[in-house]
Design a binder for this molecule. Structure first.
Ligand code: PLP
Length: 502
């Protein structure tokens, strides 16, 4: 493909995408494909000869697009949002367009420096402590990771290294391997799978502690668990505090958890992957109570901050904790000396290679302005509350727990079986996509306001679809129960007749 073809293909591609978003409401949320259908459509081998861009684009339209789940449809209500915006898409395109790497400053100075500045902008917008700023005189700072999962694992590995160094100071003859197997990490039983997985990947026992009836991990539970472990000769090392759990969007009691971590020299990581974006609104800042105890904090800008995947913003109180843990030198990676504090980001992450993620984040902050992002977050929350209001007027549904951020959890009063059936019936029609959750051992359906396009009419449409499906299900169920009763009565009559005729 030469530059002229690149121009033509690029223009058509942007046109296609603009159209895609303009008409997204006409599409089903879920694709009409069965497992294996797409594999069958594709040739078994790569082409020997180059194909014209028009052919490639046609394949995109014929094979790729029919195989996608439309995450940005206003009727997509599953999981949590994945961010997108035109500003971010262009940021991604222009970042890919220059095709750079940013593992050291010299590898691409702007990749590091724009990240330094963008992370400070974001930290200030979210109201994070100033010790987390790159521009602060202390050792803290912010870095863009690929995902919240990576941030949790980076935190865990750094905590492990820091604990070893601390123990070695006390006992220079310490057997590191023996000590490491005694390390324990803690989190709530409502944590994202990524937290548990970090324990697996980082070879640290991860205890999922019982949260309270509202899905919050409390200080006393953590304290008791640490005491039990210390009595067994184990060493508490890492805690993940969840601000906005995936299932319920519940918030662990960071103000209770923090002091316990501090007393025990345990690293406190805060996973605010989804809900952290709401901190841009002053009215949610109270959720940061206890942040003064945190060693690291992470929010996925690629979830609720209008930035396309991947862009996970992580801050640490002391970047030397990362550098000490991950610094591996090679002569070819030598960087320039600098008078000012410039991070060598390759030591702050797992891979060596670094994408220029800051560009799309920077574009979004500039294109929306803080006020634009605040009003988008507030709109999502008020749309979720509007949905809850519509549902609360229908006494066949129970909303529990209370809606939190853009998430509403509900179930049918009839209980698990029918609630499950309701979700199955809705999913089969492909017009609406939600996933299940669990609250106090009951089956619930989670509905999240995800698309940046969602408006009041969209919420009403989703509500009507749920209501209509419930009408059909409950009518059928009533008929089913009635016919079961009749069968039973007939059965009894038969028995009576038989008994009599005997
Ligand atoms: N933590 C929470 C609370 C989440 O909701 C998610 C994903 O939904 C994650 C962590 C994992 O995020 P990532 O896919 O960026 O690793």
């Amino acid at each position: 493909m030469d530059s002229q073809q690149f121009r033509e293909f690029g223009r058509e591609a942007i046109d296609f995408l603009a159209n895609y978003y303009d008409t997204i409401r006409d599409r089903d949320v879920l694709p009409s494909v069965q497992p294996g259908d797409i594999i069958k459509k594709l040739p078994k081998d790569a082409p020997e000869q180059p194909e014209p861009w028009q052919q490639i684009f046609q394949d995109y339209k014929d094979v790729v697009i029919p195989g996608i789940t439309n995450w940005h449809s206003p009727q997509f209500h599953a999981y949590y949002p994945t961010g997108t915006s035109f500003a971010s898409i262009i940021g991604g395109l222009l970042s890919d367009g220059i095709g750079i790497m940013g593992f050291t400053w010299i590898a691409s100075p702007v990749c590091t420096e724009l990240e330094v500045v963008s992370m400070d902008w974001l930290a200030k917008l979210l109201g994070l402590p100033e010790e987390f700023l790159n521009s602060h005189s202390g050792p803290g700072g912010g870095v863009l990771q690929g995902s919240a999962s990576e941030a949790i694992l980076v935190g865990l590995l750094a905590a492990k290294d820091k604990m070893i160094r601390r123990l070695k100071k006390q006992d220079p003859d310490l057997d590191e391997d023996l000590a490491k197997i005694k390390f324990v990490a803690y989190t709530s039983d409502h944590c994202n799978s990524a937290v548990e997985k970090a324990g697996v990947l980082g070879s640290m026992k991860m205890r999922l502690l019982e949260s309270d009836i509202n899905g919050r991990l409390r200080g006393k539970t953590l304290k008791k668990a640490m005491e039990e472990d210390k009595a067994l000769g184990l060493i508490p090392c890492y805690v993940v505090c969840n601000l906005g759990t995936t299932g319920l969007c519940s918030f662990d009691a960071m103000d209770e958890i923090g002091p316990i971590c501090r007393e025990n020299n345990v690293w406190l990581h805060v996973d605010a992957a989804y809900a952290g974006s709401a901190l841009i609104c002053q009215e949610y800042r109270h959720l940061l109570n206890g942040i003064e105890y945190a060693d690291s904090f992470d929010v996925n800008a690629h979830k609720w901050f209008l930035v396309n995947f991947d862009c996970s913003a992580m801050w640490v109180r002391d970047s030397y904790d990362l550098i000490n843990a991950f610094d591996v030198q090679r002569v070819y990676l030598e960087d320039v000396d600098s008078e000012i504090k410039i991070p060598d980001y390759r030591h702050w992450q797992m891979p060596l290679g670094r994408r220029f993620r800051a560009l799309k984040l920077w574009f979004v902050m500039k294109s929306y302005g803080a006020e634009g992002i605040r009003s988008y977050i507030r709109r999502h929350i008020s749309l979720a509350q509007y949905f809850a209001k519509l549902m609360k007027a229908d006494n066949r549904f129970i909303i529990e727990p209370e809606p939190s951020m853009g998430l509403v959890c509900f179930r049918l009063v009839q209980g698990d079986l029918l609630t499950k059936k309701l979700l199955e019936n809705i999913t089969k029609k492909k017009k609406l996509f939600m996933v299940r959750g669990s609250f106090r051992n009951q089956y619930i359906i989670r509905i999240v306001i995800c698309s940046q396009l969602t408006n009041i009419e969209d919420v009403e449409l989703s509500w009507n679809k749920i209501k209509n499906e419930a009408n059909t299900l409950l009518e059928n169920d009533a008929v089913h129960i009635k016919s079961q009763t009749i069968t039973t009565i007939h059965g009894m009559e038969n028995i009576c007749v038989t008994e009599k005729s005997k």
